[in-house]
Ligand binder design. Structure first.
Ligand code: M6R
Length: 610
């Protein structure tokens, strides 16, 4: 996830673009860059690190003459967050510059073709490939618009792009496919950006672009075309009434809510290039050259630890790899016996969690191969691991982990399927069912989320004043029960315990009384009957229950409680629906209690101390 802004108008473009990038910094912040017209050429200035680094670089430069320019703040996906990988990227012959948000899935094929034609590359990015694809299409009799459209129609994946051409001063080209991009319409000036705050100080008139649309814009004109045949598309201008703060959250009240609703996109990004829908198999490029381990030890903290617990049965059943899962702060102070045929997989959204880094170093020192599953590119864990897999969730701003967990679950599912295929331990039927269910997930979740939120709100209003609550589940629902309890504790400050349902009778059931609710995770799986018995034990002791279950189980006898019916997902994938329900319940509980949802007390996003 990156931020794009482009401007054509009458004001100095570079300061305006920098101001826009400031407002987009939440979308990515590991490097940035600008492109502007100067002396008949395109001038590109880039810097790694925070936007301030770029501003420092530009401070002594003559930047006030250009009135057309564009900028980018990066959340790295291909290549480390270095200056050479920062956007804008210039084409080989120098005539075009391009900024990009998204992932071009077929970039390697395109790059190979360009290499054969003698193009050389300065960066590791898919963006530099794309700008060269456009240049490759340029030729006599073809306009820049046509070349741009031809190149984009060959690109697979998700993108929002803006482009400037040396031979067409004052003009910006832009396009989108499954990534946000909009136009800001001013008087004698126009804007393209990933998000409204980037230009909200200058105009409130916005044109929302759709997938497959291309824009050509100057200071005094803007036109939208269909990518397919360059037919003009007529668009409506909409007036935005939001204030700046609301706009930065994309209209959501909190970053947490925004990030919960971003999960369909994040899951699709995590799968991109790793699931082969023709062969119906997982093909994770990062794992291609690595032998599957004989044994796997997963080490992580907090929500990331729950991801490991959730994936353990899949890694064992599908990949046939014996697997254990440990809390990093415990692992680091034991003297674990590690063997050479064993790999340690550390999971961390931030890649900077102190205990997880320490665990990684202990594992390495003990001779184990270390794999990492991270979200933040170039983070300490990503740099120190032998092999890293990125979850591609995009920046997670809210302290509470949401899309980070669902993408960790997705990446681990893909790993289990990939290794299962390589080892021949997953049968074809399971593989087919898993892949088709995974491919359908983003759309299903997209349509499910609004309804989940209203249900979560009414349940939260009923139960948010409880003095404590249980979250209970079996099998793969058990780690999600732990996660549900963690979320309610950290956000709503309600004491909540996550338990394996079968453990209730060994002590915790003593707490059950009429004002102590239990949240049962009871999807329609092989363990449903067992969970139901535990549910009845709670009901028999006058404990109110909330039962998250599937339509087949509708109409269950409950003395006091509510059934929350979710559509059924295929087998082990039920968690991808249960999880957002739990996230929304904790979100709504915290909101109804007036808590600071995005920055809960005593917590930090990245726990860099032990
Ligand atoms: O960045 P990490 O995944 O290593 O962070 C680990 C935990 O601190 C984190 O998952 C924490 O539990 C969440 N913020 C909870 O929502």
């Amino acid at each position: 996830m990156c931020g794009i802004i482009a401007y054509a108008g009458h004001r100095p473009a570079v300061p305006l673009v920098l101001e826009g990038l400031r407002r987009l910094e939440y979308r990515g912040y590991d490097s940035s860059g600008v492109c502007f017209e100067q002396g008949g050429d395109l001038c590109v200035i880039r810097a790694s690190g925070k936007l301030q680094e770029l501003e420092d670089k530009l401070s002594g430069m003559q930047i006030f003459l250009a009135t057309t320019g564009m900028g980018h703040t990066r959340w790295a996906t291909h290549g480390a967050p270095t200056e050479s990988n920062a956007h804008p990227h210039r084409s080989f012959r120098g005539g075009l510059c391009l900024v990009h948000n998204g992932i071009i899935e077929n970039y390697q094929e395109c790059k190979n073709e360009l290499l054969r034609k003698g193009v050389s590359f300065q960066s590791e990015t898919d963006t530099e490939v794309l700008v060269n694809c456009v240049e490759d299409e340029c030729g006599p009799g073809l306009s820049n618009l046509e070349a741009f459209a031809r190149a984009l129609s060959k690109a697979q994946g998700a993108y929002a792009v803006a482009m400037m051409a040396r031979d067409e001063p004052g003009t910006i080209y832009a396009a989108r496919q499954s990534a946000p991009l909009l136009l800001g319409i001013g008087t004698g000036e126009n804007f393209v950006a990933s998000d409204i705050p980037a230009f909200l100080s200058y105009t409130r008139d916005v044109v929302f672009l759709e997938d497959g649309e291309i824009v050509r814009m100057t200071a005094s004109s803007w036109e939208v075309f269909s990518l397919e045949d360059l037919r003009p598309v007529s668009k409506n201008i909409q007036r935005i009434e939001w204030d700046m703060q609301a706009a930065q959250k994309g209209g959501y009240k909190h970053f947490m809510l925004k990030e919960i609703f971003e999960q369909p996109r994040a899951l699709a990004d995590c799968m991109a290039g790793r699931l082969d829908s023709r062969r119906m198999e997982a093909n994770v490029p990062e794992l291609m050259d690595a032998e599957p381990p004989e044994r796997l030890r997963i080490v992580a903290c907090g929500t990331s630890y729950h991801a490991g617990l959730w994936a353990m049965p899949l890694l064992e059943e599908w990949a046939g790899i014996p697997c254990t899962v440990e809390i990093a702060s415990e692992f680091r102070y034991r003297k674990p016996l590690l063997s050479r045929d064993e790999a340690v997989l550390v999971i961390s959204q931030s890649g900077e969690t102190a205990d997880t880094i320490a665990a990684l170093r202990i594992a390495r020192a003990g001779g184990a191969r270390v794999l990492a599953l991270c979200n933040v590119l170039g983070s300490s864990i990503a740099r120190e691991a032998d092999l890293v897999l990125y979850t591609q969730a995009g920046p997670e701003i809210s302290v509470a982990s949401t899309k980070a967990l669902s993408t960790q679950m997705m990446a681990l599912t893909l790993m289990a399927l990939h290794w299962g295929r390589v080892r021949g331990s997953v049968n074809e039927d399971t593989r087919h069912k898993a892949v088709s269910a995974l491919l359908a997930l983003p759309d299903q979740l997209q349509s499910l989320l609004p309804g989940l939120q209203s249900e979560a709100r009414s349940l939260a209003q009923r139960y948010a004043h409880a003095k404590g609550m249980f979250f209970l589940g079996r099998g793969q629902s058990y780690p999600l029960a732990l996660e549900g309890a963690l979320k309610v504790k950290e956000l709503a400050y309600i004491h909540a315990e996550g338990y394996a349902s079968g453990e209730m009778k060994h002590g915790p059931i003593a707490l059950i009384e009429p004002d102590f609710p239990s949240f049962f995770l009871a999807p329609h799986d092989a363990l449903f009957a067992k969970t139901k018995s535990n549910l009845e034990e709670v009901c028999a002791r006058s404990g109110p229950v909330i039962v998250l279950t599937n339509p087949q189980r509708q109409g269950m006898e409950l003395r006091d409680g509510t059934q929350w019916i979710l559509p059924e997902a295929w087998g082990p994938l039920a968690g991808f629906f249960l999880l957002p329900a739990l996230q929304l319940f904790s979100y709504e509980a915290a909101s109804s209690l007036g808590k600071d949802v995005d920055q809960p007390r005593n917590l930090a996003k990245s726990v860099t101390v032990e």
